[in-house]
Design a protein around this ligand. Structure first.
Ligand code: NAD
Ligand code: MN
Length: 363
């Protein structure tokens, strides 16, 4: 029997509601399977910060290195500035473990009333690959003369050839594994004439390694319009840390709700664990009320299972998720329904196909 060591980090806000729900569904998936999970829970986040003056312990990364994967909730506390919570926890883990590929699949799940009137469900089936280690969020910059008229501040977007090559190679490989075999490289190389031009040049170089993947280029502003007007022209999309951050919130909204969308922060070389999380944040307006949509977390769990090589279990979970979204009575408030986190979690558990029937066609 295989045992996977899973770190759970609920973090803040609704992370504390959706991560336990994700763990519950993982336990249910393991029942009757040939693998099991050994969970270790980490109480890092805003409450930890109030007790210890930091979001996670200084040697916290060491506790994560031996795990097989991490399930994360959200970093963000109403009483602590966002740049402290984000950098002190989530970015510290992503950058510390060099999870350089942020992968965000988006499609319109059955039963979801997506906002684009001319977009059929099959027209929107994307994976956005976000550079996750440098660029605009490299953390390079400074602020001096605070409060004085001569105050100055910089956030330097730092792009390295090694960083750009590895994310583009990852994106081309991922695009090649999908039926469409098409990659769109998003930059802003008309206005940003140094690093973004380097991206374009490196993309052309890496493309030669993948002759069976077609590709095109789009400027990021034009990419937003293309996502809305011609969604079916896109399949796999790669962009910088900031650009893909923004595009993927748009993608999540176009697919129906931020509450559904999943993410993997992947170390493709598997030097350490990868981290999976819903793309939403702490959702201060609904936290503690049991109203959070846990589907984004469940889909993230499916990605986690794929990463571990448990593809049959991932497929079972996706079938249960789609059976639940197909029923409007099981929609949470963000989808226009009344269901609670607990009700959706219970419904997904009940709809998990038995292990031996995985892969069988849906009835
Ligand atoms: P948010 O994602 O927390 O919320 C945006 C809106 O979407 C809110 O109205 C919220 O109620 C709704 N929403 C989000 N997830 C939902 C779900 N699962 N079910 C139902 N409704 C949902 O974004 P925000 O308001 O910009 O940020 C709040 C805090 O979260 C900030 O501190 C921010 O820095 C942090 N944040 C953290 C992460 C992360 O750790 N990955 C990501 C985004 C935001
Ligand atoms: Mn974001």
């Amino acid at each position: 029997m295989k045992t996977y060591r899973i770190a759970t980090i609920p973090g803040d806000g609704i992370g504390k509601e959706v991560v336990p729900a994700g763990r519950e569904v993982m336990q249910a998936l393991a029942e009757g399977s040939d693998f099991r999970f050994q969970f270790e829970d980490f109480d890092w986040g805003g409450d930890y910060y109030r007790r210890h003056g930091r979001m996670m312990p200084d040697d916290g990364l060491d506790a994560l290195r031996g795990q097989d994967a991490i399930l994360f909730g959200s970093a963000g506390d109403p009483g602590i500035p966002d740049h402290i919570t984000l950098w002190g926890l989530r970015l510290k883990i992503c950058q510390g473990l060099d999870q350089y590929a942020n992968v965000r699949p988006t499609r319109i799940l059955p039963g979801i009333d997506a906002p684009l009137k001319r977009c059929a469900p099959g027209d929107l089936d994307w994976v956005i690959v976000r550079e996750n280690s440098e660029g605009e969020y490299a953390g390079v910059g400074g602020r001096v003369h605070q409060g004085l008229p001569i105050e100055a501040a910089t956030d330097v977007s730092m792009m390295t050839r090694a960083g750009v090559e590895r994310i583009l190679r990852f994106a081309f490989r991922l695009a090649g594994s999908r039926p469409r075999r098409h990659l769109t490289v998003v930059t802003k190389s008309n206005a940003q004439r140094h690093a973004m031009v380097m991206w374009d040049e490196i993309a052309a170089e890496i493309a030669r390694e993948f002759p069976d993947v077609s590709w095109d280029k789009e400027l990021v502003d034009a990419a937003t319009a293309r996502m809305v007007n011609r969604p079916s022209s896109l399949d796999t999309i790669v962009a910088t840390n900031l650009h893909a951050d923004i595009l993927s919130d748009l993608a999540a909204a176009l697919a129906g709700s931020l509450g559904i969308a999943p993410t993997g922060n992947i170390d493709p070389e598997r030097r350490g664990p990868s981290m999976f999380e819903p793309i939403h944040g702490s959702a201060f307006d609904i936290m503690g009320k049991g109203l959070a949509n846990p589907i984004g977390t469940f889909w993230s769990v499916a990605m986690l299972l794929e990463h571990l090589g448990e593809t049959a279990a991932a497929a079972r979970l996706m079938r249960a998720i789609e059976a639940v979204t197909a029923d409007p009575a099981l929609h949470t408030r963000d989808l226009g329904g009344q269901a609670t986190t607990a009700e959706v979690t219970q419904a997904v558990r009940e709809r998990l196909p038995a292990p031996q029937t995985a892969g069988a066609p849906a009835a």
